[in-house]
Design a protein around this ligand. Structure first.
Ligand SMILES: [Zn+2]
Length: 193
C-alpha cells in the first residue's frame, strides 16, 4: 500500500487528468489503468463515490464501496466501507454515508436525499436507505458483480426473497467505471471478509 498522501496525490492527478509520475506508471500499471478508468464515470456524484472508495481501499478500511448522499444537487456527506478498520461487520459505505448525512443535517430523516453508491446495496443497506427515507438509490456495480469479487450480498438477497418491485428506486449508473474500481481493488489482493 502506498502512503496516504502519495495515494491521494495520485488519485487527484488522475481525476484532474494530470501526468502521473513515471515510477508509478511502470510499477502499478494494471492497478493504475483500472483506477483511471474508474475515475472516468460519467456522473459527477458517482465519480466522487468512486474516489471515496479508492481512498478507503488504499487505507485498508474494507471493500470497494464508496457512497455520496445528495440533496437538491448538493453533496450532503460521503462515506465508505470501514468494516476492517472498525472491526464492525455492519459499517458498510451506505451506513457510513447515511450516519454522516444525519449528523450533518441534524435529523434522522433523509427525505429528498438520493444516494450514489459504487455497488448495489446489500439487503441491510437497502433497508437502511428505506428507513432513512432516501428517495432514490443510484448504484454502479450490481449485487452479482459484488458476488464475483467475493462478497455475499447476492446469497443473502436470495435468502430474503430478492428485490423485485424495487425498480425505479434502484437505478443503475456508471457500471463500467465501477467495474474498473472493483478491478483496482482485486489488483491489491485484498483481505476477504
Ligand atoms: Zn451493505
Amino acid at each position: 500500500m502506498k502512503t496516504r498522501s502519495a495515494a491521494l496525490a495520485l488519485t487527484l492527478s488522475l481525476a484532474l487528468g494530470l501526468a502521473v509520475p513515471a515510477q508509478a506508471r511502470t510499477a502499478d500499471y494494471p492497478a493504475l489503468q483500472a483506477e483511471k478508468l474508474a475515475l472516468q464515470a460519467k456522473n459527477p456524484f458517482m465519480r466522487l463515490a468512486i474516489a471515496e472508495a479508492l481512498e478507503g481501499i488504499r487505507q485498508g478500511h474494507g471493500g470497494p464501496f464508496g457512497c455520496v448522499v445528495v440533496k437538491d444537487g448538493k453533496v450532503i456527506a460521503q462515506g465508505h466501507n470501514k468494516v476492517l478498520k472498525m472491526r464492525n461487520p455492519i459499517l458498510h459505505g451506505e451506513i457510513d454515508a447515511i450516519e454522516a448525512s444525519c449528523r450533518r443535517l441534524g435529523t434522522h430523516d433523509l427525505s429528498g436525499c438520493e444516494i450514489y453508491t459504487t455497488g448495489e446495496p446489500c439487503p441491510m443497506c437497502l433497508a437502511a436507505c428505506l428507513w432513512a427515507k432516501i428517495s432514490k438509490v443510484h448504484y454502479g456495480c450490481t449485487i452479482a458483480d459484488n458476488a464475483r469479487i467475493g462478497f455475499r450480498d447476492e446469497a443473502m438477497d436470495r435468502l430474503l426473497g430478492g428485490r423485485k418491485g424495487l425498480a425505479g428506486y434502484l437505478v443503475p449508473k456508471d457500471r463500467d467505471a465501477c467495474l474498473s474500481l472493483f478491478e483496482f481493488y482485486l489488483s491489491l489482493n485484498p483481505t476477504r471478509y
